[in-house]
Design a protein around this ligand. Structure first.
Ligand SMILES: C[S@@+](CC[C@H](N)C(=O)[O-])C[C@H]1O[C@@H](n2cnc3c(N)ncnc32)[C@H](O)[C@@H]1O
Length: 319
C-alpha cells in the first residue's frame, strides 16, 4: 500500500469556457450563442489542460494531461511531441474532455487509462485493485536480489491485488513458480488477466483466501507481500483518488499493523530453511516490524527506506 503522505491529490469541479478545448464539447456548445471555430492542436490542448489541472491541484498536471491525451489519440508521449501541431478533431476533443472531467472529479489517472507501468511492464488496473505504486518496485528489487538466476524456486505473494509483485518476479525469472493469493475474487480476476497478458499463466497459481489459508502447509523459498497497512482512522482523510481504491486494499486495522502482524507470525511455518520474507510497510512502521520479526524468531531483520527516506521494506530470513 502507498502511504497517505505520498498521495496528496485534491479534486475539484471542472469548468469549461469559450476559450477552452472543453467548449468543443456539445454540452458546452449548447450554452454558447455563437460558436467560434478554434484550432486546438495537441500542443495547445496540452498547455491548456496542464494549466487547468494545476489550478485544480491535480498531482503531476502536465504528465496527467499527456497520459490522458495519449490514451485518446492512441499515441505515446514522445509521439505527442512529434505531432505537436496536429489539430484535434471534434470527436477527439469530446473524448478528451470526458477524461479531463472524470480526472478532475477524483478518478485516479490509471483507472482512466486502465493500465499502469510497473517494473518495466504494463499491468491492467481498474477499481477492483490498488494501483501499483513505484515504491512497491523496491519489494521486487529486494526479492530478485535473493533469488539466484537460473535456479528453480517457489515464491508466495500474499495480498497480490493486480499481481504486480508476484507476476513481475515470474516474468523476471523463468524458473520461478509463483503462488499468489488474495481475499478478493475480483482482484484475482485482474491478476489472472495480467498473468495471461504477460504469457506466464502456466507458472502462476492464483488462489483466493485469507493470507496463508489457501496454501495449506506448503513452504516457499521466498514470501513477498504488500498488505493493507493504513490505520483505519486515517483512511477518511486520504485524497479523493486513494478513496476510490478498494477499502480492503488500504485498511490495516486500528494501528495499521493487523495484517503485517499476522503475516510475520505465520511466515516461519511457510518458509523453507534460509528462505526470505519481504514486506512493504508504512512510513513509520519500521521499529514495530523489527520487533515483530524478532519475536517471530526470524533472523537478519532489516528495514530499507524508499527514495524519500521513509521506511518502506522489511526483510528477514528463516534460520
Ligand atoms: C495494498 S493491496 C496490494 C496489491 C498489490 N500487491 C500491490 O502491491 O499493488 C492489498 C491487497 O490485499 C488484499 N487483502 C486484504 N486483506 C486480505 C486478507 N486477509 N487475505 C488476503 N488478501 C487480503 C486486498 O484485496 C488487496 O488486493
Amino acid at each position: 500500500m502507498a502511504s497517505p503522505r505520498r498521495l496528496c491529490y485534491k479534486a475539484a469541479a471542472l469548468g469549461g469556457g469559450a476559450s477552452s478545448p472543453l467548449a468543443a464539447h456539445p454540452a458546452h456548445q449548447k450554452e454558447a450563442s455563437v460558436v467560434v471555430a478554434e484550432t486546438w492542436t495537441i500542443g495547445r490542448v496540452l498547455g491548456w489542460t496542464s494549466d487547468h489541472f494545476k489550478r485544480r491541484e491535480i498531482d503531476s498536471p502536465r504528465l496527467t494531461a499527456e497520459l490522458l491525451l495519449g490514451a485518446v489519440l492512441g499515441l505515446d508521449r514522445v509521439a505527442l511531441y512529434t505531432d505537436f501541431e496536429r489539430p484535434l478533431v471534434k470527436g477527439e476533443l469530446a473524448a478528451y474532455h470526458a477524461l479531463i472531467e472524470r480526472r478532475a472529479a477524483g478518478e485516479p489517472t490509471h483507472y482512466l487509462l486502465g493500465r499502469r507501468e510497473f517494473f518495466g511492464r504494463s499491468f491492467r488496473v481498474d477499481p477492483r485493485v490498488l494501483v501499483p505504486r513505484p515504491e512497491t518496485e523496491l519489494v521486487v528489487e529486494a526479492a530478485l536480489q535473493r533469488l539466484a538466476e537460473g535456479t528453480a524456486a517457489r515464491v508466495l505473494d500474499l495480498c497480490t491485488g493486480s499481481g504486480c509483485i508476484g507476476l513481475s518476479l515470474a516474468a523476471e525469472r523463468a524458473l520461478l513458480h509463483v503462488v499468489a493469493t488474495d481475499s478478493s475474487a475480483a482482484a484475482l480476476e485482474v491478476a489472472r488477466a495480467n498473468a495471461q497478458a504477460l504469457g506466464i499463466g502456466e507458472r502462476v497459481d492464483l488462489l483466493r483466501g485469507d493470507l496463508f489459508e489457501p496454501v495449506g502447509q506448503q513452504r516457499f523459498a521466498l514470501i513477498t507481500s504488500n498488505p493493507p497497512y493504513v490505520e483505519s482512522g486515517v483512511i477518511a482523510k486520504l485524497s479523493a483518488e486513494v478513496q476510490r481504491e478498494p477499502r480492503a486494499a488500504l485498511d490495516g486495522g486500528t494501528d495499521g499493523l493487523c495484517l503485517l502482524r499476522r503475516i510475520v507470525a505465520e511466515a516461519g511455518e511457510h518458509l523453507e530453511a534460509g528462505g526470505s520474507l519481504i514486506l512493504e510497510i508504512g512510513d513509520r512502521q519500521g521499529p514495530a516490524l523489527l520487533e515483530l520479526l524478532s519475536a517471530a524468531g526470524l533472523v537478519d531483520a532489516a528495514i530499507r527506506n524508499d527514495w524519500a527516506g521513509f521506511h518502506r521494506v522489511a526483510l528477514a530470513r528463516r534460520a
